[in-house]
Design a protein. Structure first.
Lengths: 254, 235
């Protein structure tokens, strides 16, 4: 555990500057928008931009980071340090994944916090419709958790694609793309195969779980998680496969 | 560790890259307690051999045994490998580099670390990115010598650094070498001032061993220094 935490801390330290820079830029953007709206220079609807820009950019940034955190190890030759450490490969990759999720959490908090801080006063109509702040907090939590799962899944696929691409001498970009498609397809197939094992799980009545009925009685939203649980197991399997390839089959020929 | 057991045994090791055969059936057996010089010009296969032992390159054939076991996660804990390239995290301070590395090795010696830092004249608060090339080379050596690793692999530790740093490194190796329990392999193509270090040498050329033996015996039998022998062999 101590070794894993060292790896995680290293990745967090390495990403601290860009993440806090992005979070800061987001808050500054929101503050400027709010200031211009308060001055009457811009229409209040422009405030949507303050949320839409980070919500569009951050997912792309985080997917790029899942690739970049590994690429940087090769570019700066620090992969030599990583590969001679007596730790399982999956720990190295999991530390990078955990670091990525911390980045996601900081950016999510900056976006949500900034939205309430700067634009909360402009959302009177919204407050009238929403059952209460606790409802918003509860749903924001599940949006966060869902986003974290989606990001983790994508990052694991990207890690596999990157590591496999480093195992070939040529056409590394094409190989990475091919592996990305193949691993997605394989996960889909594995999820279908594993799905019957989890059919015993109850269907979750999301409209009750997320208390959407307080918003509108007519909303019905149900989710049978068997397929997604199967996909999650397959994805975890991919993480260990990537760890194995990283630890035992990668070569450094530079 | 059994005193009679070789630290490293390499048998018929082969490695082929797409355009070159880097190792053509290398066989070696290294006892403990010696410093070996792996000598040869650029492209002779020195780095590939060390990387194979460190587990960074997979051989195409042959066998490697480190204290009796093939390269694995467990053997990585027995080896201190200093690559030729700059493998340090440049945003870390010297202290952070030491703390990060020491967390992974049970054989890390805090007292040796402090002694080496002082001897190598490294400021623990300095960022790696601000260190000169010679200082970074010295720091990488600290990472290897602060451990009680049975096998230390130094890949071109004197390459491209100033004479004063080179002297410090040579002296550091002599001071910290734990003779009875360690074996050091130093690959280099600049024999000159470093030949005093070697108990034994291996001459590597185009992936094959062309000469090997005790440094003292070679000097006596050939009537010349290892440096002169190196010049003669690779002329």
């Amino acid at each position: 555990m101590k070794r894993f935490l060292k790896l995680l801390r290293k990745d967090l330290e390495a990403s601290r500057l860009p993440v806090f820079f992005l979070a800061g830029i987001t808050l500054i953007l929101m503050a400027v928008l709010r200031w211009r709206i308060a001055q009457g220079a811009w229409h209040p609807q422009v405030s949507v931009l303050g949320v839409a820009v980070p919500l569009t950019f951050f997912p792309l940034w985080l997917i790029w980071r899942s690739f970049q955190t590994l690429r940087a190890e090769w570019r700066e030759d620090t992969v030599y340090t990583l590969l001679v450490l007596p730790v399982p490969g999956w720990q190295v990759l999991l530390a990078k994944l955990a670091g990525l999720l911390v980045e996601y959490s900081v950016l999510f908090a900056a976006t949500v916090g900034g939205t309430f801080l700067f634009f909360g006063g402009l959302m009177d109509e919204l407050w009238e419709v929403i059952p209460g702040p606790w409802w918003l907090a509860w749903n924001a939590l599940w949006v966060y958790v869902t986003g974290a799962f989606v990001l983790a899944t994508l990052a694991i696929h990207v890690q596999l694609a990157f590591v496999v691409s480093k195992m070939v001498g040529r056409l590394q970009g094409l190989v990475a793309l091919w592996v990305l498609f193949l691993s997605t397809w394989l996960t889909d197939r594995a999820a279908l195969l594993l799905e019957p094992l989890f059919r015993w799980l109850p269907t979750i009545r999301l409209h009750e779980f997320l208390q959407l009925t307080r918003f509108d009685e007519g909303i019905i939203l149900e989710w049978q998680p068997a397929g997604q649980i199967g996909a999650a197991f397959a994805t975890v399997g991919l993480l260990f496969l990537t760890g194995l390839l990283f630890e035992r089959f990668l070569e450094i020929n530079g | 560790m059994n005193a009679a057991e070789p630290v490293l045994v390499v048998h018929n090791l082969r490695k082929k890259y797409p355009k070159v055969e880097a190792l053509k059936g290398i066989s070696l057996s290294l006892p403990q307690g010696e410093i070996w010089g792996l000598l040869g010009p650029n492209g002779s296969g020195k780095s590939t051999l060390l990387k194979c032992v460190a587990g960074l390159v997979r051989p195409d054939g042959g066998e490697i045994a480190i204290l009796g076991t093939p390269p694995s996660r467990a053997s990585k804990a027995q080896i201190a490998f200093v690559p030729e390239v700059e493998s340090l995290y440049r945003w870390m301070t010297v202290r952070q580099v030491l703390e990060f590395t020491s967390a992974f090795y049970d054989d890390w010696q805090k007292d040796s670390e402090e002694e080496l830092l002082e001897f190598m004249r490294l400021d623990p608060r300095a960022k790696v990115s601000t260190l000169s090339k010679g200082m970074r080379a010295r720091l990488r050596l600290v990472l290897a010598l602060a451990r009680r690793a049975p096998l230390i692999l130094l890949d071109e530790p004197f390459s491209g650094i100033d004479p004063s740093s080179r002297d410090r490194i040579v002296e550091g190796i002599v001071r910290q070498f734990k003779g009875e329990e360690q074996t050091i392999i130093i690959s280099t193509h600049a024999v000159g001032d470093t030949e005093q270090l070697f108990d034994a040498v291996v001459f590597l050329h185009e992936g094959s061993i062309i000469l090997q033996g005790s440094a003292e015996e070679l000097r006596a039998s050939r009537g010349k220094s290892i440096n002169d022998l190196f010049k003669e062999v690779f002329a």
